[in-house]
Design a protein around this ligand. Structure first.
Ligand code: ADP
Ligand code: MG
Length: 661
């Protein structure tokens, strides 16, 4: 039996160092956090070989007094925490007093520091944690820490290091996150002598994003700002069109601290549901502020994981604030609704809720809430009184719909001969979607419940870059015609709009179907149609026969991977049955059959698409006029797949093409 011995301080330091210092990026993080805590306004990070051979962090902060310099490198030495009670109310980033001790234990370090106003500075070198003599030194105000040969004395750790380029990108990630959470500080990162990041430190988050994450990403963002339940959500999210191929551009901060959170990712993505293409992800830089006692940051030593006391409220706040912005309320007035509703008596969530709440769980728990427990989520919207309900946007204002878009009228004259009137007559007699072989009978039973669009109220002016559809136009649009049998041309004084007629109609259908809670009446086909499907798609469709019925399809299993369709909703043309079933079954298969919401969405997508006019079809100008009005009202912005419905060409852009401007 070996004797029990206390570890030598050196070994204890090495073990502790392993916990704090994992790789160059963790060194940079600790040193930068110290610089921030020291009140620096400009910080430079320089690395060589991914930080393995050389890391320098220089700041213009308060500096360290010469007599305290050696103490700063002792374990548990900190100027930030005195008593256990302080732990609860920690405002600074570092507080364990461990970083400098740990870093110096596994490297060769030198420090140069001069306090503000001091005549002379101090320098100290350490090797493997053993400090040399503290010396006077002439150096600028602030502190410079140089870390050389990281892990030179811990070969086991050295073996775990990745290629220099991988370590360098981890360092860049750390600098990026800290620059996004501290826009008032100018950060510069030099990699092997080259400046790879430089933020202005002008206190604007947008400037920091532009500098740290690039122009392309920055230009695709919309600002968001709102609060609810004492949670303030502020920052930028990508426009649906500027979504990304992965989640790499989702950055979250909670009370200034960069964190990773499945909960926040789920809340964000839920807000983009049906606005973004499958396989695409929104990007964001979001700052959440909530009372310190609502977050426990001390769960993970690396501190990128937090625990929220009330996850449901956090989810809900992010979801609603983002969704409101996507609904076109960005930049609107700042005031809160005049009569905020009383706080909800939401039940405390289960403890196993932690980091496991996905969008589905949220929807379920949200839908089950008793009526009247809604909370106001203030998204800098104009004062409106509205009830939170289901997944309807918070401040949608009900606007009576004058007319449904699709109702039967006699077939229109062919497009070629149709006069393109300057101002088409108001469409009171409704136009019908012309399609070859369409059934003339339209079930009168199905009075479509039309979406209640929100009225764009005061909208802030949009940036020049914003070429996608916006809701702010005031001048009535003039319908100018159609080209390529697909694109509507309209003008609103200074701008020319191109509208994709299929995308626009698809969106209108989608919103209308989605808002409709009544079962849709089908119409019997003269003879049932048999549709043969790939085996898996057939299974997926069979599993959803009741859903089909709700939407007006009467279908039954015919055996042999074939479905027999007996009736269809009036929106769908009889000539489209096969295509509709193929699209629907494929969507049901890929979205999975377990989640009823996804299945319903697949249904809505299919119906909206198949009931819409197609590019290439001949359309009645009156019908196109209706689409123009809908687009102008700001009601529709993106098709349900996230593609744009309309694009704008400004007069200036056109004049530039003709070299007039
Ligand atoms: P902690 O940050 O947890 O207090 P550290 O080991 O990181 O522990 O730092 C120890 C102490 O050294 C800090 O509390 C602070 O007083 C001082 N210090 C470290 N870096 C700087 C800096 N860049 N500028 C001024 N003071 C610093
Ligand atoms: Mg520290």
């Amino acid at each position: 039996m070996p004797h029990i011995q206390q570890l030598s301080p050196h070994v204890a330091d090495l073990i502790a160092a392993g916990e704090v210092v994992e790789r160059p990026a963790s060194v940079v993080k600790e040193l930068l956090e110290n610089a921030i805590d020291a009140g620096a306004t400009a910080v430079t990070v320089e690395i060589q070989n991914g930080g393995m051979s050389y890391i320098r962090v220089s700041d213009n902060g308060c500096g360290i007094a010469a007599e305290e310099l050696p103490t700063a490198f002792l374990r548990h030495a900190t100027s930030k925490l005195r008593t256990a009670a302080d732990l609860g109310a920690i405002g600074t980033l570092g507080f364990r007093g461990e970083a400098l001790a740990a870093i110096s234990a596994v490297s060769r370090m030198s420090v140069f520091t001069r306090q503000k106003g001091a005549d002379v500075g101090a320098a100290l070198t350490l090797e493997g944690g053993v400090a040399g003599a503290c010396q006077e030194a002439g150096c600028p105000e602030g502190t410079t820490m140089v870390v050389r040969d990281l892990f030179y004395n811990t070969p086991a750790r050295l073996k775990f290091m990745k290629r220099d380029s991988a370590e360098a990108s981890a360092v860049a990630g750390v600098v990026e996150h800290l620059s996004l959470s501290n826009p008032h500080i100018s950060f510069q990162l030099l990699k092997d002598g080259q400046s790879v990041l430089h933020t202005p430190g002008d206190s604007k988050l947008s400037s920091a994003i532009y500098a740290a994450m690039g122009r392309e990403f920055a230009l695709g963002l919309v600002p968001i700002d709102g609060s609810g339940d004492g949670i303030h959500v502020q920052g930028y999210v990508t426009k649906p069109l500027c979504s990304r191929g992965n989640r790499g551009m989702q950055t979250f901060f909670v009370n200034g601290r960069y964190i990773k959170s499945q909960l926040l990712t789920a809340a964000l993505e839920e807000a983009y549901r049906n606005q973004i293409m499958k396989g695409k992800f929104p990007g964001c830089v979001l700052h959440l502020q909530l009372p310190a006692e609502q977050v426990d940051v001390n769960v993970h030593p690396a501190k990128t994981v937090v625990k929220f006391v009330n996850e449901r409220q956090v989810f809900s706040a992010v979801y609603h604030v983002v969704q409101d912005t996507l609904d076109g309320k960005e930049g609107a007035a700042q005031e809160a609704p005049p009569n905020p509703k009383p706080a909800a008596q939401t039940a405390t969530p289960r403890q196993d809720f932690y980091q496991t709440m996905d969008a589905k769980t949220f929807r379920e728990s949200y839908d089950q809430r008793p009526k009247g427990t809604a909370q106001p989520f203030v998204t800098r919207v104009p004062p409106v009184s509205s009830e939170l309900g289901g997944r309807v946007a918070v401040s949608d204002v009900a606007k009576p719909m004058a007319r449904p878009v699709v109702v039967a009228v006699p077939p229109p004259p062919p497009q070629e001969k149709a006069p393109v009137s300057e101002k088409a007559a108001p469409v009171t007699a409704e136009s019908r979607i012309p399609a070859e072989g369409s059934q003339e009978t339209v079930s009168p039973v199905k009075a479509p419940t039309v979406t209640e669009p929100h009225l764009p109220e005061e909208q802030a002016p949009l940036t020049a870059e914003q070429t996608t559809l916006t809701a702010e136009q005031e001048a009535p649009w003039r319908f100018a015609g159609e080209v390529l049998r697909t694109y509507i041309i309209a003008e609103d004084g200074e701008n020319v709009w191109l509208i994709d007629k299929h995308a626009a109609h698809e969106r209108i259908n989608f919103d209308r179907l989605k808002a409709n809670t009544e079962p849709i009446m089908g119409q019997q086909l003269l003879s049932p149609e048999a549709v043969k499907l790939p085996a898996e798609d057939y299974e997926a469709l069979l599993a959803h026969l009741p859903l089909l019925e709700q939407f007006g399809f009467e279908a039954e299993d015919f055996g042999g991977e074939t479905i027999l369709i007996r009736s269809i909703p009036s929106d769908i043309d009889a000539g489209q049955i096969r295509e509709t079933m193929e699209m629907l079954s494929e969507q049901l298969r890929t979205t999975g059959t377990a989640d009823p919401d996804s299945a319903r969405d697949a249904m809505l997508h299919t119906m909206a698409c198949k009931a819409a006019i197609k590019g290439g079809w001949v359309s009645d100008p009156k019908e196109l006029q209706v689409l123009v009005e809908k687009v102008q009202s700001g009601e529709i912005r993106y098709c349900p797949h996230g593609r744009p419905v309309a694009v704008k060409l400004t007069k200036y852009e056109i004049e530039k093409m003709f070299r007039r401007a």
